[in-house]
Design a protein around this ligand. Structure first.
Ligand SMILES: NC(=O)c1ccc[n+]([C@@H]2O[C@H](COP(=O)([O-])OP(=O)(O)OC[C@H]3O[C@@H](n4cnc5c(N)ncnc54)[C@H](OP(=O)(O)O)[C@@H]3O)[C@@H](O)[C@H]2O)c1
Length: 352
């Protein structure tokens, strides 16, 4: 990897000429000098299958792992963030030597020359929903998606990204204890469904020449974040057990699998349109809790009261209290290979 980085720097140095237009973010410090070199190189000397990927929400639960995955495969990464200083702590230069970190005024120059954009940004949903937060949950997603789409559409041909992978959620389908939802199912009637529809409609405004993959993500299970990090302490306090009736559906996906799905969508031209980002075996919540209890070595016979979950997740608890059974029909048609198709193995891998 070091050798590769050195080669990249060398080819950048050699390839600079007066005819190149360099899209540099305005304020680069000396400590970012190495980042600048790779940033330029990616436009000029991209080789083979190497991509330059701009990512919004890169500092989040899914984004961090995606960045690690892209970095491991030597792709060029541009982190589009609201806070450069926060992102620099998450992606320190010593571990991410080639990464570019940019705040909003610099997003334009990052998106221009990127091969692809991944859009993950948005105010967290699993919080207490005051009317202000509720508005922000929707507006943050629409605003960032709209900005990204405008920047892509207004990029001159030749430096315009050719792929947009944009997050949305299984909340699109509304909730049900009996129905099974795939990508062709209609949208639901609740607020999360409304958010997802508007979020997707905004992404759909991207130029028709840009391949768009809309990933309707389920509840992502991983270490140190997401729903599981909030559920485990509760589970320990209440000895564990299903929340509510336990019959509600839980459409989950392991963090590695959602990252692999996004990664595949970046590079495989067959991945376009709506793709459910869920595991092939959703479970009822009672089963999820039983498996969690087994892995944690706790019995799973006392139900966690709704009020306890609402206390930590607020109205966002509806994601867990009223679920939906979502199947990944499209990912399976595309032959996507899951590392963790079953929740038991996913939980074991996360918690062992
Ligand atoms: N995790 C799940 O289980 C799950 C399930 C379904 C859908 N999704 C969707 O997938 C996306 C990524 O999920 P995640 O769990 O990785 O999210 P996350 O950890 O909450 O991170 C999202 C990122 O969005 C940015 N952000 C936060 N508030 C914002 C605001 N008000 N305006 C603009 N940007 C803001 C932040 O990046 P900066 O501070 O760097 O700007 C943050 O790191 C989200 O849109 C989420 O709704 C996730």
């Amino acid at each position: 990897m070091e050798l590769c980085r050195a080669t990249t720097t060398l080819s950048w140095t050699n390839s600079i000429s007066s005819t190149h237009s360099l899209h540099l973010p305005r304020s680069f410090s000396m400590s970012q000098a190495k980042r600048v070199r790779v940033y330029c190189a990616s436009d000029q000397t991209q080789k083979g299958n190497q991509m330059t990927v701009s990512v919004t929400g890169a500092t989040g639960f899914i984004g961090r792992r995606l960045v690690q995955r892209l970095q491991a495969d030597n792709h060029y990464i541009r982190v589009l963030t609201r806070s450069k200083s926060k992102a620099e702590l998450i992606f320190p230069v010593k571990d991410f030597p080639g990464i570019v970190i940019a705040e909003e005024p610099e997003w334009k120059s990052c998106i221009q020359g990127s091969t692809a954009v991944v859009n993950l940004a948005g105010t967290p949903i699993s919080t207490r929903w005051s009317s202000e937060i509720k508005k922000d949950i929707k507006q943050s997603r629409i605003r960032v998606t709209s900005k990204v789409v405008d920047l892509i559409n207004n990029s001159p041909e030749g430096v315009r990204p050719t792929v947009l992978v944009s997050a949305t959620a299984v909340g699109y389908y509304g909730t049900s204890e009996t129905q099974v939802f795939d990508e062709r199912s209609p949208s639901g009637n609740d607020y999360l469904a409304e958010i997802c529809r508007e979020w997707e409609a905004t992404a759909l405004k991207v130029n028709k020449d840009v391949r768009l993959a809309l990933i309707r993500i389920g509840v992502v299970l991983g270490k140190d974040g997401g729903a599981l990090a909030k559920m485990i302490p509760l589970f320990m306090v209440f000895v564990g057990g299903p929340v509510g009736s336990g019959r509600q559906w839980f459409s989950w996906i392991h963090l590695d699998d959602i990252v692999n799905l996004i990664y595949e969508a970046l590079s495989n031209p067959s991945y376009k349109g709506v793709i459910n980002g869920t595991a092939p075996h959703p479970v009822r919540f009672a089963e999820m809790c039983e498996q969690l209890g087994n892995v944690l070595g706790r019995p799973s016979w006392l139900p966690v009261p709704d009020f306890a979950l609402k206390a930590v997740l607020g109205e966002g608890a509806s994601v867990v209290l009223d679920g939906q059974k979502v199947v990944p029909a499209r990912a399976q048609e595309l032959g996507f290979r899951y590392k963790y198709p079953h929740v038991k193995d996913a939980l074991k891998a996360i918690l062992s």
